[in-house]
Design a protein around this ligand. Structure first.
Ligand SMILES: *[C@@H]1O[C@H](CO)[C@@H](O)[C@H](O)[C@H]1NC(C)=O
Ligand SMILES: *[C@@H]1O[C@H](CO)[C@@H](O)[C@H](O)[C@H]1NC(C)=O
Ligand SMILES: *[C@@H]1O[C@H](CO)[C@@H](O)[C@H](O)[C@H]1NC(C)=O
Length: 343
């Protein structure tokens, strides 16, 4: 219990950890930690595209963390077998997006596997499931053929997709702002009548659905109904729901007015110290693992917390919460012991 608290202390203070720890600078407590253009260093670029990077997914399942593959003697530099999925799009003057393709990124190489793909979601267990939401329905990643196979009969125009931890229940947000729960291998589709006017959706690790409605307000769906999130500023703009970093269980990250908040499935909110300069705001966020990825200026940047502890094994560094004992005391608190950021 004690080291759990310590873990939370270490990480919640510096959430979106990678972005901050990647370039530690002394900063006073209770003052906003401002993310500026200086954070985007050329040597961190792993991919250069021609369009906005609008989504990035790091599957936290056996596609990336296969315990049977684990090899303690592997170098931490060797992250070449990390699978990333990302989506490119071009923002139109009217605010809509023109699809530019969904890609798989592996061993330094990006392959477009779905021209009309718009979002990706992965299971959070020891399966290897990755789903894609596309303009014409749901697809599933086929590792053997490195391609996207159609999943189920659904043909809705999907703008966002999320999946429960075991990967057997999906939520899709369609272009006309309806949310459906999809189960039965893609064959069963139920409209969630209580979720109205949603423009973004995300699930936390306890499979609670959060959404932001067109009025920019976030809500969480509980078994007894829809809860508004309380404690946020009255006027919210430039809002975004962000998939939870590995250390959050019953919360997700929420960006509003350039500030990062954590919102919980109990309906509460906490303001983090992290603030983005407007011109330094990522176009896509993947803070799921200890190696984090952000889209900015048509590029994907990799932020490695791993650089702080040379002797760590890949399992320790890659947030293998399938096997949480991988985080021992050293790892929990390497940030305040090694980087000098926390205190
Ligand atoms: C682990 O990796 C090292 C170096 O690549 C290799 O020599 C060794 O055989 C591997 N061990 C296992 C159990 O795969
Ligand atoms: C992947 O594609 C191959 C070739 O079409 C197929 O035989 C295989 O069943 C697919 N794998 C999955 C997991 O669907
Ligand atoms: C963490 O540290 C505490 C106290 O220093 C110790 O009792 C505990 O065994 C350690 N846990 C691990 C997983 O190393």
């Amino acid at each position: 219990m004690e080291f759990k608290m310590r873990f939370l202390t270490c990480f919640t203070t510096f959430a979106l950890v990678g972005l901050l720890i990647a370039d530690p600078v002394p900063h006073k407590e209770h003052e906003p930690f401002l993310v500026t253009l200086d954070f985007y260093k050329d040597e961190m670029v792993i991919y250069r595209g021609k369009h906005d990077i609008v989504k990035i997914l790091v599957p936290i399942n056996s596609l990336n963390f296969d315990e049977s593959d684990s090899n303690e003697s592997e170098s931490i530099e060797d992250d070449s077998d990390i699978f990333l999925f990302f989506v490119e799009a071009e923002e139109q003057p009217d605010g809509t997006r023109q699809d530019k393709g969904l890609y798989v990124f592996k061993e330094g190489k990006a392959t477009k596997i779905l021209a009309n793909g718009r979002d990706a979601a992965a299971s959070g267990d020891d399966s290897k499931i990755v789903f894609f939401g596309a303009a014409d329905g749901i697809y599933v990643y086929n590792k053997t053929t490195n391609s996207a196979d159609k999943y189920g009969p659904i043909t809705d125009s999907i703008i966002a997709i999320a999946t429960e931890q075991p990967g057997d229940v999906l939520y899709i947000l369609t272009e006309n702002r309806e949310v459906f729960k999809v189960s039965g291998n893609g064959g069963k589709k139920e409209k969630l009548d209580d979720v109205v006017n949603a423009k973004e959706i995300v699930l936390d690790k306890t499979d609670h659905l959060y959404f932001v409605s067109v009025d920019n307000k976030p809500y969480v769906r509980r078994t007894y109904g829809i809860n508004p999130i309380i404690g946020l500023p009255e006027h919210l703009s430039n809002v975004k729901l962000i998939k939870p970093p590995f250390f959050l269980n019953d919360e997700v990250a929420f960006l509003a007015n350039n500030r990062v908040y954590f919102i919980s499935n109990y309906g509460s909110s906490t303001m983090s110290e992290i603030e983005f300069k407007p011109e330094a705001k990522p176009t896509a966020y993947a803070p799921e693992a200890l190696i984090q990825y952000y889209g900015f200026d048509n590029k994907i940047y990799e932020f490695r917390i791993s650089s702080l502890r040379e002797d760590a094994t890949p399992e320790e560094l890659l947030s293998n919460y399938l096997n949480s004992k991988a985080f021992d005391n050293r790892t929990y608190c390497f940030d305040n012991q090694k980087s000098g950021v926390a205190n």
